[in-house]
Design a protein around this ligand. Structure first.
Ligand code: UDP
Length: 492
């Protein structure tokens, strides 16, 4: 749907009071996923959307998701605009190095593309920009051109708040850490004193401040949020109320509209009067989903399978892979494991025979799964996750307890919330040991199963309440849509 045909462009620009939102995510799976879901919701509300993505993300969306079929429901109301992320198409896009590359591009080529293109296209200037909250040059443009910019942070409210408190952590001397005790409580993230330890801070806090451009960049970007017209967060009030209370002392206009994956399904079903075929899949996958795992799950008893996935960016060493593998096989449980083809480093090496045998009997390995569907499958009883924010929300919404093995950034915070605040599972951060993996699977799936299941059911209920009519996320999305509409009217 790039560019669109002339008829579509006419519809796109039919009214001078027509709202036109430019949505600009950071080009990563988790960011694109949730911001595309919002884009679709805005289109259903009659708002035109231009969505900026990297060429790599766009071509993979075309190949592996049904996003174009879904967006064709809005002829002329949606267009992609495409830029280069500066890497050859075939290069892997995961791990710390890729993230560092993107952060550099953000200040150079991605920024240049935005400055050259934000006003181009059939509609000219957008009436509102919804930008990933890590691109403060968008705020400069908004201020200069009089376009309201709403930030969208695709992390949780609690992690956002940790980033916001980085200056206090530095001023008080809590970071960089002195000494080696990682279990020391943290005092300068207001509202989280009771449970946050050094090891639970975002992973960027672990390295030297002077030689840490990622920390400096994230801190600077996060503080700029105060300049935005408002802040959208993919979370819900009953989940992160205390952190939201703190955030609102600094940024009064916060729209909590999550969990977006479930919220969008509910809204789309309402809007298109239960055309189930359209809403049964809302995949925005950048990898080909291997659906054979669903038939495999169909053959398993309820709550018998542990689902294992470390998201779209994490990388495991071969040693870590083998530890997880031993733990999974010796747990005696069935397991469905997503291993992205490029996600293992350090080596070849054969697979020990006992692992091969154990996997043949009880395991199933895919390169990429239809995760939302997997998490909702009755056979799945637990989730061993890297604690990415989307995965965390999807698990909560489906009432699934978690074992958390965070890889980096906000995931360190999320995994602590799961264990200590919400009591929805176990935090395995900083440990990768076959015995611990086995012990935690035993606890999650057997020993403390009822306790975790009860908590998970409680939060799933709260999640559902938030996104149904009258709920906090439902009302906030309505308010966001009304605010966007009124921005277009003010422009006339
Ligand atoms: N995902 C998926 N299939 C997989 C693994 C992950 O569809 O096999 C999706 C998952 O549902 C989530 C996203 O990829 O929406 C990953 O985002 P998250 O924030 O959890 O982690 P990230 O990949 O950004 O580290």
């Amino acid at each position: 749907m790039d560019k669109g045909n002339p008829q579509e462009e006419e519809a796109f620009s039919s009214s001078s009071s027509q709202s036109h939102v430019l949505i600009f995510p950071f080009p990563l799976q988790g960011h694109v996923n949730s911001m595309l879901k919002l884009a679709e919701l805005l289109c259903f509300a009659g708002i035109n959307v231009t969505f900026l993505v990297s060429e790599n993300v766009h071509s993979r969306l075309l190949l592996h998701s049904d996003v174009h079929r879904r967006l064709s429901l809005h002829p002329g109301a949606f267009q992609f605009k495409i830029y280069s992320d500066g890497l050859p198409q075939e290069d892997p896009r995961s791990g710390h190095e890729f993230l560092a590359h993107l952060l550099i591009c953000l200040k150079t080529t991605i920024k240049d593309f935005f400055l050259d293109n934000y006003a181009l296209g059939p509609l000219g200037l957008p009436t509102c920009i919804i930008s990933d909250g890590v691109m403060n040059f968008v705020l400069d443009v908004g201020e200069e051109k009089g376009i309201p910019v709403i930030y969208f942070r695709t992390i949780g409210a609690s992690s956002f708040w940790c980033y916001f408190c980085l200056p206090q952590l530095i001023d008080s001397g809590e970071i960089p850490f002195q000494g080696t005790d990682m279990d020391l409580p943290i005092q300068n993230v207001t509202g989280m004193e009771g449970f946050l330890r050094r090891r639970d801070l975002p992973s960027i806090c672990r390295s030297d401040l002077n030689n840490n451009p990622t920390l400096q960049g994230i801190m600077k970007e996060t503080l700029q949020t105060r300049r935005a017209w408002g802040l959208i967060l993919n979370t819900f009030e009953d989940l992160e109320g205390p952190a939201l209370l703190q955030i609102r002392t600094q940024i009064p206009n916060v729209y909590t509209i999550g969990p977006l994956h479930a919220h969008s399904k509910i809204r789309l079903a309402e809007t298109i009067e239960m055309k189930k075929d359209v809403v049964s899949s809302t995949s925005n996958s950048l990898w080909k989903e291997d659906r054979s795992c669903i038939s495999w799950l169909d053959s398993k008893p309820n709550n018998s399978v542990i689902y294992v996935s470390f998201g779209s960016l994490s990388i495991l060493t071969r040693e870590q892979l083998v530890e997880f593998w031993h733990g999974l096989v010796s747990s005696g449980k069935c397991f469905l494991w997503v291993i992205r083809p490029e996600s293992i480093v350090d080596g070849d090496g054969g697979v020990p025979i006992e692992l091969e045998e154990g996997t043949k009997e009880r395991g199933y390995i895919v390169g990429w799964a239809p995760q939302e569907e997997v998490l909702g499958h009755p056979a799945v009883g637990g989730f061993l996750t890297h604690s990415g924010w989307n995965s965390t929300l999807e698990s909560i919404d489906h009432g699934l307890p978690m074992i958390c093995w965070p890889y980096f950034l906000d995931q360190q915070v999320n995994s602590r919330l799961v264990e200590s605040l919400w009591e929805l599972g176990l935090d395995m951060k900083d440990i990768c040991d076959r015995l611990v993996v086995k012990r935690m699977i035993d606890e999650l799936m057997d020993g403390r199963r009822d306790e975790f299941k009860m908590r998970a059911k409680h939060f799933a209920k709260l999640s559902h309440k938030a996104i149904t009519s009258g709920g906090s996320s439902y009302s906030n999305l309505d308010r966001l849509i009304e605010d966007i509409r009124s921005m277009a009217h003010k422009r006339i």
